[in-house]
Design a protein around this ligand. Structure first.
Ligand SMILES: NC(=O)c1ccc[n+]([C@@H]2O[C@H](COP(=O)([O-])OP(=O)(O)OC[C@H]3O[C@@H](n4cnc5c(N)ncnc54)[C@H](OP(=O)(O)O)[C@@H]3O)[C@@H](O)[C@H]2O)c1
Length: 336
């Protein structure tokens, strides 16, 4: 299988590394410093899959024009804000791609790819909880995987050889992947999950100097804010006709948050989770919070706004989520 990853940064390079280790032919289109470092020294992968230097069968280029041959799959790996520019720059690849997908955290990427290709049938849905970040050019770190870490599916809900082939490739690569008939639900539930987490972490923790996820959850007011923001997001998801499934168990807690009716009991549950994370020494946070820490523009309009818009459309009030959005949008205005 030949796979091209357009905008191979933190997560795209982790995916490329895993697929190449499983023997798939991977081309990374990356920023020049990253592509140069990979060509010179190979791609270094560290983290939960151990340490590897990958040279074959993996190619890194800085310009889509240098990506050779045809591709079974193109995986779009840039952040939401860079999508239009990246696709415009990759027009030369359009006729050499059979199927396109993206692991971006949003619910518009499939439509955008379909418009770019001029054909919705050449696009499949994809969602992941896998975590990756770039340590330095040429070196990426894979910080999180769970038993079922990826979902792939046709947008029309059918099961086809191309989604099963991609799921097989990821499974061979050691990334537990399910080919599913309900990818739209998976995409909205993932958005619900990370919308709550991102809105909470930035509005609660971004003002502190060195605060991580558990630091906010162990404070009663912080846990209460978490419950309220997440319940706003959940209310929209449920109004769409979905019931929470915890697709990303054990990381997802949406079912539990939905099941505990008493607000203070839900707060206790989140505080307990925070204490457990602290006991394990967990020092992580959301990528939106990381973006704010690094002074980088966030994906606030791709991750939080769609649920607020959907709430407006369905008549679901989301006052706490809206307040968090306004806080983050204000911060975002000063990031570059
Ligand atoms: N990282 C995770 O753990 C994770 C998990 C689940 C989902 N996601 C989603 O995956 C997406 C990517 O996240 P990420 O953390 O991998 O981001 P990232 O590390 O910033 O990677 C994106 C890369 O694309 C590059 N890029 C931007 N425009 C480009 C262009 N026109 N041509 C070539 N390269 C270009 C960026 O370079 P510059 O930085 O120089 O712009 C960056 O190296 C986001 O939507 C995120 O929400 C991430």
């Amino acid at each position: 299988m030949r796979v091209c990853i357009l905008g191979a940064g933190g997560l795209g390079s982790v995916f490329g590394a895993a697929l190449a280790l499983a023997g798939e032919e991977v081309t990374l289109i990356a920023r020049p410093a990253h592509a140069d470092a990979i060509r010179k020294n190979g791609l270094k992968l560290t983290g939960i899959r151990g340490e590897h230097i990958i040279r074959e069968p993996l190619t890194a280029v800085a310009d889509p024009k240098d990506a050779q041959g045809e591709f079974d799959y193109l995986i779009l790996g840039v952040k939401g804000k860079d999508t239009d520019a990246a696709l415009k720059g990759a027009d030369c690849l359009r006729d050499r791609i059979k199927t396109a997908l993206s692991f971006q955290n949003n619910v518009v990427k499939e439509d955008i790819l379909a418009r770019w290709l001029g054909d919705p049938k050449r696009v499949i849905g994809f969602s992941t909880i896998e975590a990756g970040h770039m340590v330095e050019p040429g070196h990426v770190h894979n910080g999180l995987t769970i038993p079922t870490t990826n979902y792939v599916g046709e947008m029309d809900g059918t099961l086809t050889p191309r989604v099963e082939a991609l799921a097989d490739a990821f499974n061979r690569a050691g990334m537990g992947t399910k080919a599913v008939t309900n990818i739209k639900q998976v995409l909205w539930e993932k958005l619900t999950q990370i919308c709550g987490a991102a809105a909470w972490s930035v509005s609660c923790l971004a003002g502190g100097k060195d605060l991580y996820y558990p630091d906010g959850l162990v404070v009663r007011e912080g846990a209460a804010h978490y419950v309220q923001v997440s319940r706003d997001a959940l209310a929209v998801y449920k109004a769409m006709g979905y019931a929470p499934q915890n697709f990303y168990a054990p990381v997802s807690k949406l079912k539990e948050l939905d099941a505990v009716e008493d607000f203070e009991a839900a707060v206790d549950m989140m505080m307990e989770l925070g204490r457990g994370m602290q006991a394990q020494g967990y020092r992580g946070t959301t990528s939106m919070h990381e973006d704010v820490r690094r002074g980088k523009k966030t994906e606030v309009d791709w991750i939080i706004k769609p649920l607020i818009d959907k709430g407006l459309e369905l008549g679901v009030p989301v006052p706490t989520l809206t307040a968090a959005y306004r806080i983050i949008k204000t911060l975002d205005n000063y990031l570059s």
